[in-house]
Design a protein around this ligand. Sequence first.
Ligand SMILES: Cc1ncc(COP(=O)(O)O)c(C=O)c1O
Length: 353
Amino acid sequence: MDIKISAAPNGSPQPVEAPTSFGNVFCDLMFMQEYTIEAGWHDARIVPYGPIALDPAATVLHYGQEIFEGTKAYRRPDGRINLFRPWENAARFNRSAARMAMPAVDVEDHVQAMSAWVSAVARWVPSEPGTSLYIRPTMIATQAHLGVSASNRYLHYIIGGPVAGFQGRSFGAVGVQISDEHVRAVKGGTGAAKTGGNYAAGLLAAGNARALGYQQVLWLDGVHRRYVEEVGGMNIAFVRGNEIITPALSGSILEGITRDSVLRLAPDLGFPVREEQIDVDELLRNIDAGHITESFGIGTAAVIAPVNRFGYKGVDHHVGDGKPGPVTLALYAALTDIQYGRVPDPYGWTLML
Ligand SMILES: Cc1ncc(COP(=O)(O)O)c(C=O)c1O
């Protein structure tokens, strides 16, 4: 793919060296390309970051035909930059696109676009511990047409910016409310796709949970309201003995790339893994009895986020002694060591720029 690259405009903001939040600061350049049925993807370019003009009748604004991705670039000790499993993000982007009746972007082209954009904004990749450059590939439906049908034109763009760890730069544990009122997704729906509507549907429950002092919502399955699915924008895992247990992919859970990385890495660290249906009542009994000693969310934004409290039907269930446990800490260290290039990557997960 031929990508035209413009320079950042004069007077663009200086990069933030030590970001303290997530998703509030944006690099001064963005990648864009358009799709039409006749021409396919075309006009790939990197241009100054700024507002995009959309027809008020664009399909994305009315029927939510959009998808996105989330991945990160990490500053290595030698000053170079690692992308983490960008091929998997590009492949998941296409699975989401297929579910939302949108066109695919060739995986190699998409990885080239991410790499070219990160290289163009390299000065924005921070080096403070725990920080990284968050990358947000997005595709929106742009046809001006109010009939309910798939758009015939699309815009694919990549933006992003420097971020701290998900909860600022600390590695504190989070409290999670298990929703018994709302559900996020059902089998046959769009839960396994990264599409905006899934997240919009979760905002009410997330706000209610925050008002009660929890940081995240844990979703149960939409049919039985009984099986654990995932937490906010993360997958979830539990530790029993030295074993890691995580919900099996159900068709309504997003297939996390960090989750997959943990499942492959953990056995090499001496922690066997199990993917299975997890009944919420049994889970909470095992937490209360002290059989489950650790829990953590797994996702790009936080990498590994220790969970120390589950609220369900008005009762709190505390995990372990409230501090991040040894399995959580070992996984966080092993995974981030590979992401930041502090150790060799035996899995072929990183793309060094
Ligand atoms: C709903 C949901 N589940 C899980 C994840 C974790 O996926 P990944 O590890 O690929 O970031 C994310 C974030 O991308 C998400 O939005």
